[in-house]
Design a protein around this ligand. Structure first.
Ligand SMILES: Nc1ncnc2c1ncn2[C@@H]1O[C@H](COP(=O)(O)OP(=O)(O)OP(=O)(O)O)[C@@H](O)[C@H]1O
Ligand SMILES: [Mg+2]
Length: 316
């Protein structure tokens, strides 16, 4: 299976970002004046919050110095605020490697932080305000405490309009050499509800069946995503058909938008019900537990699930 399109088509520069023209304009003028405030990006999923934060960092530091100057934390990872604070401190202490006097700390899904954690974050923001700029991203702004809101310039990201969605469909159609029927385009636009991630994922799933995308194929993939498919995935793996199993896994992630942990839970349930040699079952469960631990720790989902499927294939 090829690269996941949401990564492939994640904008690298401002001009790749569709819609959100007003935000892009304002952010560009901040960057021109070399005076970037703390930013709070709030709003709907798949509208470009994380993407915009990354573009800002690329623009400021360039691809090569990105690493030492841009630090990304996902607040919804099951990590305590102490860990977050310590990591921020460690990062802030190191000298900026570029000729920009500050580094950027991007805290994704900040609305999942508790109020206490947000208070701590607020103090951290104050403490490092001369050497760091914060970009916070969240879905629900009401869950962010006022003192943090008042320290940031706020951008509310709305679901993207039809025109912007169409722009991206047409771009992908061209680059991937697809032929998408007009009614399929209209369906993709409507069903995505302004969420570009969903749009790109559905399009990738459809086009993996056929390069001529019509409503028949769209209906097929919409039916295709059923958690019972996890059962098929395991069967393929056990039959040694690793690549088939992996295709199902990628479809579950890409189309249905299931997270690695959700898929893993489903695998676990299936494995428990399976009528197999108890020793093999124990080995499976043991490996599932290991993979779960790694996913919670933030390991690459695709890689971990693939490794699990490969192990299931080998044990038979
Ligand atoms: N404005 C945009 N222009 C072009 N592509 C976009 C845009 N917004 C989102 N995308 C596509 O959707 C994917 C997900 O976008 P992103 O991670 O920025 O969403 P988000 O707003 O941070 O969502 P969430 O609230 O779920 O974190 C990107 O990798 C890209 O493929
Ligand atoms: Mg995001």
């Amino acid at each position: 299976m090829e690269q996941i399109w949401v990564d492939k088509y994640r904008p690298k520069k401002f001009s790749d970002i569709v819609g959100q023209e007003y935000f892009v304009k304002r952010i560009k003028s901040f960057l021109e004046s070399k005076n970037l405030p703390h930013l709070l990006f709030a709003g709907s999923p798949g509208t470009g919050k994380t993407t915009t934060a990354l573009v800002i960092a690329r623009e400021l530091y360039g691809e090569n110095s990105l690493k030492g100057n841009f630090f990304e934390l996902n607040a919804s990872d099951d990590r305590g605020i102490d860990v977050i604070r310590n990591q921020i401190k460690e990062f802030a202490k190191l000298k900026s490697l570029a000729d920009v006097p500050y580094k950027i700390i991007c805290l994704d899904e900040a609305d999942s932080l508790t109020k206490e954690a947000q208070q701590a974050l607020r103090r951290t923001m104050e403490r490092f305000s001369s050497s760091c700029r914060f970009i916070l991203a969240c879905n629900e702004m009401s869950k962010i405490i006022d003192p943090i809101q008042s320290r940031c310039v706020i951008f509310k990201f709305k679901p993207l309009k039809e025109q912007s969605l169409r722009l991206l469909i047409d771009k992908i159609e061209k680059e991937e050499k697809l032929k998408i029927k007009e009614d399929a385009k209209e369906f993709l636009i409507k069903s995505s509800q302004g969420d570009l991630r969903r749009l790109v994922n559905t399009l990738q799933a459809a086009s993996s069946i056929k390069k001529e995308v019509d409503m028949e194929i769209i209906n097929e993939i919409m039916d295709y995503v059923d958690p019972t498919e996890v059962g098929d995935m395991i069967k393929y793996a056990q039959a040694g058909e690793f690549f088939k199993a992996r295709d199902v896994m990628i479809k579950l992630r890409v189309v249905k938008g299931l997270t690695g942990l959700e898929i893993l839970k489903e695998i676990y349930k299936r494995v428990l019900e399976m009528d197999i040699d108890p020793k093999t079952k124990v080995k499976f469960v043991d490996r599932i537990a290991t993979v779960e631990f790694r996913l919670v720790e933030g390991s690459d989902e695709e890689l971990q699930l693939e490794a699990l499927l490969a192990m299931m294939a080998l044990l038979n």
